[in-house]
Unconditional design. Structure first.
Length: 282
């Protein structure tokens, strides 16, 4: 008898128990976090990969802490959380707990800024005035006192893998992780890119828009090598409109009218700005 091995195309997963239910999680490797993270939703995976690609993000943490909203306590690790729960139990008190999905540390002209992320399916975004929104509002206020921003991001999770954005981000992120192998040797396409980077950028600057295929042909390199211009955010393109390919045209990021940079811009398109649980000015 032959046992067939079934491989999940979305990656290795594990089952998480939560309130009596089982949730599937994806193991995620990031450049900006040394741990192998167990991320609970495809949307969280997308946001984490965008942040990992963004030159403006210097650190990524998954479920970084827990907040007791009622007692205004921030519990930074499991030991603190367990001790706090026991203290509440011993005193006959109760808490209302919230754990953010992700924390990104952004590099800004005024210094580093932490933003905690709540990633929601659009069908589960809370309505203003309901109990969950009140918890998020109190969490936002508590975090703001500590100089931490709060962001609610929403997407149609069931439609996520139909988006060109997801395909593009997955490919770019995988290529970034493959720049060096386990022996710290550079990949051939990355070597080609580094050798011709200045010339590639000069060519992009000289033309209003140039295709990746034309760049690859001109410098006799693989198409993959030209994608490193995107990974380094030296060029700009609409990651939402179509899958990246030979005919994708790019422009000099310095001349692109959109701000901020490529991957942050893609994230902001999913930020839920219609809700009061969002911080202003982020």
């Amino acid at each position: 008898m032959v046992n067939k091995l079934h491989i999940d195309p979305l990656g290795a997963t594990r089952q998480l128990g939560k309130r009596g239910a089982l949730k599937q999680a994806t193991f995620l490797q990031l450049k900006k976090n040394a741990e192998l993270l167990s991320v609970e939703s495809p949307f969280e995976v997308l946001l984490a990969k965008l942040a990992d690609l963004s030159n403006a993000v210097i650190q990524i943490d998954y479920q970084p802490f827990t907040v007791d909203v009622v007692n205004e306590r921030m519990l930074l690790n499991h030991a603190q959380l367990q001790a706090h729960r026991q203290k509440l139990k011993d005193s006959g008190m109760s808490g209302v707990f919230y754990t953010p999905d992700l924390r990104f540390r952004w590099r800004t002209p005024k210094g580093n800024v932490d933003e905690v992320i709540e990633a929601k399916d659009v069908n589960w975004v809370p309505s203003l005035g309901d109990e969950y929104t009140e918890k998020l509002l109190h969490t936002r206020a508590l975090l703001a006192q500590r100089g931490i921003q709060f962001g609610l991001y929403a997407a149609g999770v069931t439609e996520l893998y139909l988006w060109a954005l997801v395909s593009n981000v997955n490919k770019l992120h995988a290529l970034m992780l493959r720049r060096k192998d386990a022996m710290n040797a550079l990949s051939p396409d990355y070597q080609q890119y580094l050798e011709h980077r200045d010339a590639l950028l000069a060519c992009v600057k000289a033309e209003p828009a140039v295709s990746l295929a034309r760049l690859a042909k001109r410098f006799e390199m693989t198409l993959w090598a030209t994608w490193h211009l995107l990974i380094d955010e030296l060029v700009s393109v609409d990651l939402w409109c179509a899958p990246l390919g030979p005919q994708t045209t790019v422009v000099d990021a310095g001349n692109a009218p959109e701000e901020p940079a490529l991957f942050r811009r893609s994230m902001l398109a999913m930020r839920n700005t219609s809700r009061e649980v969002l911080c202003q000015g982020a």
